[in-house]
Ligand binder design. Structure first.
Ligand code: ATP
Ligand code: MG
Length: 305
């Protein structure tokens, strides 16, 4: 990791009353790097991003964005940081053009810079033909792209994206990622919160967030390579296999995948699990682990620790 991270959190914690939503989180993101914060509903993703953006003060720990405390130096950091919230960040009854003009004023951009960037962002997002359309009347994917364009208008060095592709079709999702790669190539540092495992697997590094804690962090390919538990695709009677799996101590996680079930078996327990499945008339074929298998197994380990 670089000695000069763009985003840094140390022992970051946030309580809401008695509930601890984020429990001592450490992370660093370098220029040109995209970090995926992956976790289920309520894991603490939005709370973490809001603290990194300086919108919420941590209960404990510290945050630095380009060396500054985003909560204490809010106006300074705001110029360096783009934040795309999970929920509506645009004015629904304003048009695409009007929303962009609003962000221009927010960031006090001069006319020339605004015109150039606006043109570039509209071209990149392919929103040029929709300038007069109200944000509320855009499709889900177009709305997300407009929100991204608005968050990028002031050319931030750090970008925080909260579930940016949720509800977006696969083609727009792809375009969205192409856009992110353009900005990464220019040296931007990005954190992307997502519930989608495949999306996290596309990041340079990913952290598995569960109940406010990072269970594991690393390069997705290396995390998969180091994963120790065998994974199988199981063909057989779904009801019988599922009822065995739910009772079994040998199986850490399972996911339906079309007509088959993927299962993660605890390392060293393969023989027992395979003979049980055979007795049920099911066939288990070894397969490579996916990021989702890894995440579910880690959550299982955490829950049964
Ligand atoms: N303003 C708040 N007041 C009280 N509790 C909160 C507040 N914001 C978040 N929480 C709680 O903190 C926990 C983490 O919530 P957070 O929104 O950070 O999760 P998330 O990972 O973003 O979930 P999702 O995927 O559903 O967006 C949840 O239990 C939530 O209820
Ligand atoms: Mg959230």
């Amino acid at each position: 990791m670089t000695s000069d991270p763009r985003i840094e959190a140390r022992g970051l914690q946030r309580k809401f009353g008695e509930e601890v939503a984020v429990k001592g989180l450490d992370l660093q993101v370098a220029a040109g790097e995209i970090y995926g914060l992956v976790g289920p509903d309520g894991a603490g993703k939005t709370t973490t991003l809001r603290m990194l953006a300086g919108l919420l003060d941590p209960t404990a720990g510290r945050v630095r964005v380009l060396g500054e405390d985003p909560f204490a130096a809010a106006s300074k950091v705001r110029e360096l940081l783009g934040y795309m919230p999970q929920q509506y960040s645009l004015y629904g009854d304003l048009s695409v053009d009007e929303n962009m003009a609003f962000f221009r004023e927010l960031f006090c951009l001069d006319r020339k810079a605004f015109k150039e960037r606006r043109q570039r962002l509209l071209a990149m997002t392919r929103l040029e033909p929709f300038g007069k359309r109200r944000a509320d009347a855009l499709s889900g994917g177009m709305y997300k792209k407009l929100a991204l364009a608005c968050a990028l208008l002031h050319e931030p060095k750090v970008l925080l994206l909260d579930e940016p592709t949720n509800g977006v079709d696969p083609v727009s999702r792809r375009e969205f990622w192409d856009l992110l790669h353009d900005f990464l190539a220019e040296g931007m540092a990005i954190i992307l919160a997502t519930p989608y495992m495949d999306e996290a697997a596309r990041c340079h590094r990913a952290g598995l967030l569960y109940a406010g804690r990072l269970l594991e962090e690393g390069r997705p390919t290396e995390m998969l390579r180091a994963f120790q538990h065998p994974v199988y695709r199981v063909h057989g009677d779904r009801t019988r296999v599922t009822s065995y799996i739910e009772k079994s101590d040998d199986v850490m996680a399972f996911t339906p995948a079309g007509a088959v079930l993927r299962i993660v078996v605890k390392r060293g327990r393969e023989a027992g699990a395979l003979s049980q499945l055979k007795a049920l008339g099911a066939e288990a074929v070894p397969t490579a682990p996916s990021f989702e298998d890894l995440f579910l197994a880690r959550v299982h380990e955490e829950a049964t620790a």
